[in-house]
Design a protein around this ligand. Sequence first.
Ligand SMILES: [Zn+2]
Length: 352
Amino acid sequence: MDAVQFAAHGDHEVVEYGPSPEPTLDPDDVLLDVRAGALNHLDVWTRRGLPGIDLDFPHVPGSDAAGVVVAVGDAVERFGPGDRVAVTAGRSCGTCEFCRDGEPTLCVNYEILGEHCPGVHAERTAVPADALVPVPEGVDWTTAGAAPLVFGTAWRMLHTRGEIDAGETVLVLGASGGVGHAAVQIADHAGCEVIATASSDEKRATARRLGADLAIDYEAEDFADVVRAETGQRGVDVVVDHVGAATWRQSLRSLANGGRLLTCGATTGPTPETNVNRIFGNQLSVHGSTMAGPGEFDDVLELVWDGTFEVLIRAVLPMSETARGHELLEDREGFGKVVVVPDSEYEGGADE
Ligand SMILES: [Zn+2]
């Protein structure tokens, strides 16, 4: 079978698609016929190489996928051949103090499929049954393959970590990205006033269609100035920042007294300058968040499957063009998710 893979870290040109060993099935595993997967910024970081993670090469990347069950290990009872499922990429040990407290994303042995261990961007993949959720008939494969990681991450960040409330004002940076477009919809659905940032008229119009009440051109204006002006100098209750170094100071400056800064990523770099005076003086809180637990995935994906939340797709590519997908993410072209489909399933980009 064929799989996306790379034999060394580097730029997008190291990403190839070609023959890979058939997956082997452990007792707790499910063998999937993959119909669609999606790229995340995590795929870019993993390709470039992350400190402290030594991969076995060639590495098969990919944290998001959906497909049909073709076989199950002896210990699997939840799924059987023919079931439609989507992958949720987090794996926790079940035995550390945090797992035993019911906090799997705090697990000291936490792993993400495609980042710490082999991923799922292949014609077939073996995944632990615990990492799968059912996908109802009628949900298309691009939606099923693209939703889990970004909608799960945004849901946990806003609801579990950020405890957003109806009536609060939430600023979402980078609304055209995967997490960003999920966060706009989740905050709007929770009854919040939503302010988004995006770099083009088209992206800002899309952000407003998804639920943003105001969309700011962050390249033309200092978004913190606009936010303070629009809120009568008060600032917002919550900022969602997955951008990092380039926006951190403005994010802090956008917050009302007592506000919360939520972070789940740092696509422009992880070491911004911080004005500590502003944090203690205005009594701000910084909440980190990563991935989601099984119950959080269930809660948010139910609202994806029933159409409450829309998964926007910027491109559907055959897996042999995954390198091009990395370029789309790195150049911030388009809105929403980049989907990759096994070449043997690909029919010119139309979703079948
Ligand atoms: Zn654990």
